[in-house]
Design a protein around this ligand. Structure first.
Ligand SMILES: *Cc1c(COP(=O)(O)O)cnc(C)c1O
Length: 403
């Protein structure tokens, strides 16, 4: 830990790196020793991630210590159930909740959590979902403003989503068929029913509540905030801000529900979760990633990201006609970010064209944004890469300045 931190500090003070020195930095420590360059052999291009934790861009790089844990686990057999038991206990202790399990991403945590409330872990019910819900509840209540593509993971269990807007509508919607109430943490500010009130309604009517916090660290406190608030189930992605294995996730919550969720998952073959296997390497890697995340100096991370974003900002605004906005999204991806726009009368390139030029340059740089802007974050960069990004951005924008 200390070593890595010192390394980061050292890199930050480097002068603006030229192409070659910069590219060496782009190779993560853990990938440098390999004899074969597999991605190159395949013709798959690697890039500097100025976008953030996007699944399509493989989201995050695991900490070197996580890779060590994965390599350790790969060399010996254990019983999967026993490993999940022990890792779950340890995670619950670290995150101050009743119980926990490692899932195959936050998306599988949503399906397994839903399956847990439907079946209660009853083996016959576990076998029957999603196409025979006889003897099970069949509705999940969701605020209209909390609908998001990820709620497909709830529907995987064969239930019907009931959309409501107000507290009154929610209370009227609760009936004998109500299995669960689902909450999308990022949309807390836009829903008519806020988190604490949502939990209180669930409690009053005896309906379990689930909060999807997949992309909601930092801040680190969110890892226990919502179970403490009273949500019965909470999930996080393992491979976003936590920088664990990309396909791992966390399901946290009540002991009986976590136990029931486990019955719906491997090694149980006749279950909805059988295709959501988490191998021993990732179960262990997830725990180690959490340990590292909890022990790290979050303020130092934040200061580094702010400095990196500022560097990119200064390079961008040095080009006439460019306007930037440095901002921090309120809940999901709550990290220093930058939005870059320009006066179309002064710079002759669309944001798409600039994104493509960054992508097709050397090294390749991936960014996000829409028709109006190029958007970036630096938290998924290898420290030092921000200098290459700043330099390339300035080059691309400058070249498009109208003469
Ligand atoms: C990313 C995300 C998910 C899915 O997480 P995975 O770990 O990739 O399965 C679910 N819900 C929300 C809100 C997310 O942002």
């Amino acid at each position: 830990m200390a070593r890595r931190r010192d390394l980061l500090k050292g890199l930050v003070t480097l002068p603006l790196a030229g192409g070659i020195a910069g590219h060496a930095l782009a190779m993560p420590e853990q990938a440098r020793d390999f004899e074969r360059d597999y991605f190159k052999e395949l013709g798959v291009r690697t890039f500097i991630n100025a976008a953030g934790t996007y699944t399509a861009l493989t989201a995050s790089l695991p900490h070197p210590e996580v890779i060590k844990a994965i390599n350790y686990a790969a060399l010996q057999f254990v019983k999967l159930e026993e490993l999940q038991d022990r890792v779950g206990e340890r995670i619950a202790e670290l995150l101050k909740c009743e119980a926990a399990m490692v899932t195959s991403g936050a998306a599988s945590a949503i399906t397994l959590g839903t399956a847990a409330v439907l079946t209660g872990g009853d083996p016959q019910k576990v076998e029957r979902i999603p196409n025979d819900l006889t003897g099970m509840k069949s509705e999940v209540i969701i605020q209209k403003s909390h609908r998001v593509g990820y709620d497909h993971a709830i529907r995987n269990c064969g239930i019907k989503l009931i959309e409501v807007e107000t507290k009154g509508e929610m209370e009227a919607a609760i009936n004998a068929q109500t299995a669960m109430m689902w909450f999308y943490n990022n949309n807390n500010p836009v829903g008519k029913i806020r988190d604490e009130e949502f939990v209180a309604i669930g409690r009053r009517y005896g309906v379990p509540t689930f909060n999807d916090c997949a992309a909601d660290v930092p801040p680190v406190e969110n890892l226990w905030k919502y179970t403490k608030m009273g949500f019965d189930l909470v999930c996080f992605s393992g491979g976003k801000g936590l920088r664990g294995p990309q396909s791992a996730g966390l399901l946290l919550g009540k002991k009986d529900l976590i136990s029931a969720a486990r019955k719906n998952a491997p090694p149980n073959g006749n279950s909805i979760g059988r295709g959501m296997k988490v191998n021993k390497e990732e179960v262990l890697g997830m725990l180690v990633a959490l340990e590292i995340y909890l022990a790290k100096d979050h303020q130092q991370d934040w200061a580094l990201w702010e400095k990196q974003v500022k560097l990119i900002n200064d390079a961008a605004v040095s080009v006439p006609g460019v306007k930037t906005e440095m901002h921090v999204p309120e809940i999901a991806n709550h990290v220093p970010s930058i939005r870059i726009r320009w006066d179309a009368g002064k710079i002759q390139a669309t944001p798409d064209e600039v994104r493509n030029q960054l992508r097709n340059g050397h090294p390749s740089i991936e960014t996000v944004g829409g028709a109006e802007s190029v958007d970036m974050t630096t938290w998924m960069m290898i420290p030092g890469e921000e200098r290459i990004v700043a330099k390339r951005l300035k080059e691309v924008l400058s070249a498009a300045v109208k003469k």
